[in-house]
Design a protein around this ligand. Structure first.
Ligand SMILES: [Zn+2]
Length: 66
């Protein structure tokens, strides 16, 4: 299953190296919101949700050599 993720390093002005992964955008948005609010003191606003959503990326599958 390919997951989506958000990397805190992509957020401007944020010194944080946390990355959050989830299979659906809804799950990812919820987890990212909790992180932004809890770890960065952000306010849960529609603007924040939009900003987070715009940073979502698709996880690249790693080739398996086993
Ligand atoms: Zn962070």
């Amino acid at each position: 299953m390919i997951r989506k993720f958000i990397d805190c390093r992509d957020m401007p002005g944020v010194k944080c190296t946390v990355a959050i992964f989830a299979e659906t955008e809804e799950e990812l948005l919820e987890a990212a919101l909790q992180h932004a609010v809890g770890a960065h003191g952000c306010k849960d606003t529609p603007e924040l949700r939009e900003r987070l959503r715009s940073c979502f990326k698709i996880e690249k599958r790693r080739a398996s050599y086993s």
